[in-house]
Design a protein around this ligand. Structure first.
Ligand SMILES: C[S@@+](CC[C@H](N)C(=O)[O-])C[C@H]1O[C@@H](n2cnc3c(N)ncnc32)[C@H](O)[C@@H]1O
Length: 247
């Protein structure tokens, strides 16, 4: 399994800042990029603004990392299950759930670090989220049905994307929604080349083929994001969000 990066100190600090940091903490010298901050919130709010859902619905956040999207889902869904392969990410998400705040040290320059106090908004019903460590390509049985499943920037980070997608028809309730975001950054360090969804046809075309006939593509739109590397450098990326309706 090629997820060892997501167990490192560097990844933990980077993702906690990505999920819970302010635009000023993430992009201190890049005001132009600040509109792309808050991706873990926007990858929930922007799709939800386009969908109709039953009351007290259930959601599943696959590849939840340190949990900000899962908490955002809890504002709308009565029950949120959140799963990630990284045990350290899940422990951090549970700490945020318990304490509502964490202090991190993020790279500033060379060996110098910036210390940040990160907080979860006090009005998030955080008790609705259940975090668990697990493999999105081999999900535990009996998870039940969900009204929305979110795969935020997961599909190009798993070793077997087709296997991950094949489980989804059994997880999404009829009429429910699948939300996929991804920059489609295929890398052999995470996914063997032969298993990349894009073999020349484009990832969205491949997603459509893998998800048919159970899901119909309703809409796509661009969703930018920015992750801080250090004080003077950040990764500014545009993901594609696709909304799929379960037939
Ligand atoms: C690019 S990050 C995206 C995380 C989060 N959804 C976000 O948007 O910030 C990819 C995440 O997928 C997780 N991951 C990778 N392989 C996985 C697998 N097989 N099962 C579950 N999670 C996995 C990683 O631990 C990491 O948290």
């Amino acid at each position: 399994m090629s997820t060892s990066f997501y167990e490192t100190d560097a990844a933990l600090a980077q993702y906690l800042l990505f999920h819970y940091g302010t635009p000023e903490q993430i992009c201190p010298l890049l005001p132009e990029a600040r509109g792309a901050c808050g991706f873990p919130v926007r990858c929930v709010t922007e799709p939800l603004a386009r969908l109709t859902l039953p009351p007290a619905a259930r959601a599943l956040d696959l590849g939840c990392a340190v949990g900000r999207s899962s908490f955002e889902l809890a504002r709308t869904f009565g029950e949120v299950m959140a799963l990630d392969f990284s045990a350290r990410f899940i422990t951090a998400a549970q700490t945020m759930q318990r304490e509502g705040a964490m202090t991190i040290r993020a790279p500033r320059e060379g060996i110098a670090l910036d210390e940040f106090r990160l907080t979860l908004p006090g009005d998030v019903p955080r008790e609705r989220v259940q975090f668990r460590q697990g493999d999105a390509c081999a999900l535990p049985p009996n998870l039940g049905l969900f009204d929305l499943v979110l795969l935020a920037n997961l599909i190009d980070r798993v070793p077997d994307p087709a296997r991950c997608l094949a489980q989804l028809p059994a997880l999404v309730a009829p009429g429910g929604w699948l939300v996929i975001t991804s920059p489609y950054t295929w890398l052999e360090e995470y996914t063997p080349r032969g298993k990349w969804l894009d073999q020349g046809q484009g990832t969205l075309t491949s997603l459509r083929a893998h998800l048919a006939p159970g899901f119909r593509l309703a809409e796509t739109f661009d969703l930018p994001m920015v992750i801080r590397d250090h004080h003077r450098k950040a990764q500014w990326t545009v993901t594609e969000a696709s909304l799929w309706r379960r037939g």
